[in-house]
Write a protein that binds this ligand. Structure first.
Ligand code: FE2
Length: 205
């Protein structure tokens, strides 16, 4: 069963004024689309044509097939990124708000840490809000690296590859990151991921 490029959960122009339709169309159709095409070709060669994307990532990591890992992890990370953005204002659930307070103090402190990590990451990568050993944390991964297959549970992510922001913000990554944090972060999605994780790994009070 081939991996498919899922449609965006909003119109390409829905995030305009922060991320242009041109960026979204190119990023989703060309960049994400290319990762999906390549993972399908490479998975077939590796006799993983029937595997899920998560299974392909884990198998490639295990067999040290970096070429396949990069394409598969990028395909997964991008799907997660599109869901991490929303066109309208969203808020963390009461449970996630309590966890943010417990781990960071408040939303402003979380945003500050997330922005600093995303802006300060050298080169291409991803800035994640993770549930790690019962605590929320901000971590970056380099290039295609992904939490998939590890023990940390991703709640939301910001793509910090240049293709995510260069057309709109040129070299000003911080402006893009701050626009995402202030206007586009999908807290409904993060809250759903937090609630699901809480069912079996994190005692939410
Ligand atoms: Fe990207």
């Amino acid at each position: 069963m081939a991996i498919i490029l899922s449609p965006l959960p909003y119109a390409a122009a829905a995030l305009e004024s922060h991320i242009s339709a041109e960026t979204i169309k190119l990023h989703h159709g060309k960049h994400h689309g290319s990762y999906v095409d390549k993972v399908n070709a490479l998975a077939k060669e590796a006799k993983l044509a029937d595997a899920t994307l998560e299974e392909i990532i884990s198998a490639a990591r295990k067999s040290k097939d970096q070429k396949l890992f990069n394409q598969a992890a990028q395909a997964w990370n991008h799907g997660f990124y599109w869901s991490s953005l929303a066109a309208g204002k969203t808020r963390p659930s009461a449970e996630l708000t309590a966890a943010i307070k417990d781990s960071f103090g408040d939303r402003a402190a979380l945003d500050k840490q997330w922005s600093a990590a995303a802006t300060g990451h050298f080169g291409s990568g991803w800035a994640w809000l993770l549930l790690s050993k019962g605590k929320l944390s901000i971590e970056t991964t380099h290039d295609a690296e992904t939490p998939v297959g590890g023990s940390d549970i991703p709640l939301a992510v910001i793509d910090v590859w240049e293709h995510a922001y260069y057309l709109d913000h040129r070299n000003k990554r911080q402006a893009y990151v701050e626009a995402v944090l202030a206007h586009l972060l999908n807290w409904d999605f993060a809250s759903e991921n937090f609630a699901r994780a809480g069912q079996w790994t994190y005692p939410v009070n």
